[in-house]
Design a protein around this ligand. Structure first.
Ligand SMILES: [Zn+2]
Length: 316
């Protein structure tokens, strides 16, 4: 788990608890405005509890306090219902009842709550899937089978060793790799997205400005820019030093928008000497069918593009 993202999860949870508390106070004011009797009952209950605490130091007291508190609670609930509030309206407010918005569950609050895990995933997703766990250093070749994937007997693991090295060399050479475009293609579950994120992580660590989007987000951004005066988001995709486009081929094909936008983007980025990494589950002939010969031959132009073909068995 990424420490920085995790800190933001804790921060968000702290803000949630603040908001919970503000909501509790707001509800209390609302109730007291409408129904001052509740205030009187709460005051009596409070005095009884305090009296009992101080009393415990001096004289032995008959401990019927829990029963008495419950009587006041019942009267408060009755007042709430009478005034049209839910009977638990003054109970503590939480978004997550499992962890009471602390983010942790269990008796000693050690286990991460599902709400905190979901928050973590959301933050990672919002950063374009960026997760520092996915690095070249942590890339584990052992998850790939030692089964031949080509006629000359190269195994999937050996192939991945070569591909990983090529990707790392590309990332290390940024912003001036020999070929500015890198295409990762092959079936699903072969490690393409993982390596794309490794490149992203390395670029960040080396201080190369990078943006990572799914093809779907890219097309959405392009469409949004068509209908609005604000081009800044789309401009960012044209201007960032390194653009990583994940899952090319899963975006909707919208008349000319998709193909044209993609062509313009790749073309301009190549002309401007910018670096682009693309991953796709499509093979080369499927790419041509989907994006036309013109786009794909521009994309795959050997002078500008290194294409890495992933082969083998789905490891997920
Ligand atoms: Zn929770």
């Amino acid at each position: 788990m990424n420490e920085q993202v995790f800190q933001r999860v804790l921060q968000t949870l702290a803000e949630r608890r603040d908001a919970d508390e503000r909501e509790e106070q707001r509800r209390l004011r609302e109730v007291l405005d409408k129904c001052p009797e509740v205030g009187t009952l709460m005051e009596e209950r409070r005095n009884a509890v305090l009296g009992s605490v101080y009393g415990a130091f001096s004289t032995p007291v008959v401990d019927d306090l829990p029963e008495r508190v419950e009587t006041w609670n019942a009267q408060i609930r009755a007042q709430l219902i009478k005034n049209g509030f839910p009977e638990d309206y003054l109970e503590p407010v939480f978004q997550c009842s499992l962890c009471e918005d602390t983010g942790f569950t269990g008796s000693s609050r050690k286990a991460l709550c599902s709400c905190a895990k979901a928050l973590y995933a959301q933050l990672v997703e919002a950063e374009g899937g960026f997760d520092e766990d996915q690095t070249f250093e942590r890339f584990d070749l052992n998850v790939f089978p030692e089964e031949p994937v080509s006629e000359n007997g190269v195994t999937q693991r050996q192939l991945m060793q070569v591909i990983r090295r090529r990707c790392e060399e590309f990332a290390e050479a940024l912003p001036h790799p020999a070929q500015k475009t890198l295409l990762l293609y092959g079936g699903s579950g072969l490690g393409k997205t993982y390596l794309l994120r490794c490149i992203h992580e390395r670029a960040r660590r080396r201080g190369v400005p990078a943006l990572c989007v799914t093809a779907n987000q890219l097309i959405r951004t392009a469409r949004k820019a068509t209908f609005s005066r604000d081009q800044s988001e789309l401009d960012d995709l044209y201007e960032t030093e390194l653009l990583l486009i994940d899952d090319l081929g899963t975006e909707p094909l919208i008349e000319n928008v998709t193909v044209e936008e993609l062509f313009n983007l790749i073309n301009e980025r190549q002309n401007d000497g910018m670096c682009t990494v693309l991953s796709t589950n499509l093979n080369l002939s499927e790419l041509k069918r989907r994006y036309t010969e013109r786009v794909v031959s521009r994309l795959l132009d050997r002078q500008h593009c290194q294409a890495l073909h992933f082969l083998g068995r789905d490891i997920r």
